[in-house]
Every structure is written in C-alpha cells, then in structure tokens.
Design a protein around this ligand. Structure first.
Ligand code: PEP
Ligand code: MN
Length: 338
C-alpha cells in the first residue's frame, strides 16, 4: 500500500507513520516528491482495519492499496492521467506531442537543418543523440558534450525544448545541465543505477522499453525513477524483438493500449526504430496515434542517406512534411489535439 501524506505534513507526522508501519510488520519506502511525501509500505496484504488505522494518523491524506508489482506507476495509485511538462511542452493532458530530429547530432549544420524541418512542420520538441549507445564499438558514438552544446544552440535558435539520451549514471548531471528531457534508451531499460540517478535529477525522463522487456518489467523499471520522488516519466514503446525480420523490431502496438490501462504515465511511441525503414515509419506513427499514444519521437534528417547512424529510417523533409497533417487528422479523430 502507499500512504500519501498531506501537502506540508510535518516530519513528525511522517516519522509517526513510519513507526506505525514498522510495528505492523511492513517495510517502508519513503519518496519525497516536490509537494508531498509518499510512503510505500511493502508487506502482507493490509486489512481494512490497518488501512483505517493509518488513514486516521495526523498528516495522512490517503492510504491506497496496490496489488501490482509496480506501485507508483499504477492506475491504482493514481486514477487520472499524469500530465508532465517538458520545458513548457505538456504531455499527457490530451495534447499529442511530437519530438523530431536526427538520430545523432553530427554537426552544427546537420542539426540546424533537421531542427528547421522539425519546427517548420509542427514538431514540439527537438530530439538528437549526443551520447549514442551503439551495438558496435566501431560505429559513430556521438559527439558527447560537444553534441550537447550544439543542442543547446539549436534550442536557442528554435525555442524547441530538447530531448537527448543519457547512457550512464555518471553522465546524468552533465546531460541534465543541458537537456529538457533525459532519454533512457532500450539498451538501458534495466540499468537500475542509471534509472535511480535519473530519478534523483527530477528531470522529465523519456523511458524506452527494452528489446525484450515485458510490460510488467518495463513498469517495474520505471518505478526506479518514480520511487526517487521524480514523477516525470514518459514511457515509450519502440519495438521489441520477435521472430519477425521484415521490420527492424516488431512494434508492439498493443503495448500502447495495455500501458494506458495499467498506468497513469504518458505513453509515447518511437516508430522509427521499430520500422527501421523510411517507407514504414508513417504507417506506424499513424497507428500509434490511433491506438491512444500521447506522443511520438521520430527521426528526421535533411539528408538521411548521409546520416552517420540509422540512415535507413530517418525521414526527410518531404516525408515528415507529408506525415504531420495525416497525423493531426488521426489525433483529432481519437479525441486529442495537436
Ligand atoms: C534512439 O532514439 O536514437 C535510440 C538509440 O533508440 P533506442 O534506445 O530505442 O534503440
Ligand atoms: Mn536512432
């Protein structure tokens, strides 16, 4: 169960709850949010009497019973959708958000050209990897801190908040110093040290599902960020590994519907990495919006064939420009706005 303390409840009230919870045989877990403290109490299924007793303690707002292995992420904990602000762009409140930009930041000119395309066609956020987790150590690894500086420049020029990946716990501080949203990639879905560090940063996190992570494992991993008192997690389905080889990964479109059922967190889709090929990206993007996603992260490059990573899947201006009005129509058809 989770004991939600009232806004501004005293330390004394919190300590009293912790003592009672321990006496009742539960292990407690405190998460200090910006405005209130949550106390997770893990142990035997609490009886109604136990919950009543805790609810009556000074400073307690509510006591919520949660049966799922993921607690703070679950709809049992919070019934209504969470809205999260990413540098002023809000996701999860019924507005559909598009983050667009190159796979990797390669140069000032390349990023500027991609950012211009993203902005001209209505994207809300600029994506671009400065630290790139690559399957082979011999592939382009990203420009690192120089890439972050170029992203900051592009934000100043366009006004678009930036989303960029952080690949290791020791890089959270430096990436958080520049980015508006930290991306945690599919290869790091269960890097618990990284998740905890991203949690401590308090920054919005775009959290991608791993290549072979079940939905329950994905949500339990998200809990590592949330349990640090950071509620700003956006989940992202980006394709999983199956026997199918016609696409780079199999976009688990049903995960969107399942996640919307299980969690209050916003759910985005990355159609680019799932598709792996430009002609397929648009269809997957439209399907994602139709399935109820709250946003997309999509790769765009002025000259995709020259890209240093993921050349086959990055949309050029004509393709991105053709997709956006179709996406807007689907978004409106399912009752959201863009
Ligand atoms: C990316 O967004 O560039 C990326 C590497 O994605 P993923 O972690 O989903 O493979
Ligand atoms: Mn990529």
């Amino acid at each position: 169960m989770v004991i939600v303390m009232q806004k501004g409840a005293s330390d004394e009230a919190r300590d009293r709850v912790l003592r009672e919870v321990a006496t009742l045989g539960f292990t407690s877990h405190v998460s200090e949010g910006e405005t209130r403290v949550l106390i997770g109490a893990i142990g035997p299924a609490p009886t109604e009497e136990v919950r009543e007793h805790l609810r009556a303690l000074p400073g307690v707002e509510s006591v919520v019973r949660i049966t799922k292995p993921f607690k703070l992420a679950s709809r049992e904990f919070r019934h209504d959708d969470s809205a999260i602000s990413i540098g002023g762009v809000v996701t999860g409140d019924g507005r559909f958000v598009v983050a667009a930009g190159p796979c990797g930041v390669e140069s000032r000119e390349q990023l500027r050209a991609a950012a211009r395309i993203a902005q001209a066609h209505g994207a809300h956020l600029l994506r671009g990897g400065a630290f790139k987790p690559r399957t082979s150590p011999y592939s382009f690894q990203g420009l690192g801190e120089e890439g972050l500086a170029l992203l900051v420049e592009a934000r100043a020029e366009t006004g678009m908040p930036i989303v960029t990946e952080v690949t290791a716990p020791e890089l959270v501080e430096v990436v958080a110093g520049s980015a508006d949203m930290l991306q945690i990639g599919a290869r790091n879905t269960q890097n618990f040290a990284l998740l905890a560090e991203a949690g401590k940063s308090g920054m919005p996190v775009l959290f991608k599902r791993g290549l072979s992570t079940s939905i329950s494992e994905f949500l339990q991993a998200a809990e590592y960020v949330l349990s640090q008192g950071n509620p700003n997690v956006v989940l992202c389905e980006r394709g999983i590994r199956t026997f199918e080889t016609a696409t780079r990964f199999t976009l688990d479109i049903s995960a969107v519907a399942v996640l919307k059922e299980l969690t209050h967190l916003p759910v985005w889709v990355d159609p680019s990495h799932a598709a792996g090929r430009r002609p397929l990206v648009g269809s997957l993007a439209l399907a994602s919006a139709a399935a109820g996603a709250d946003g997309l992260i999509i790769e765009v490059h002025a000259t995709p064939e020259e890209a240093k990573s993921d050349a086959a899947q990055q949309l050029d201006e004509a393709e991105f420009g053709a997709l956006m009005p179709r996406l807007r129509a689907v978004v409106q058809a399912v009752g959201k706005s863009m």
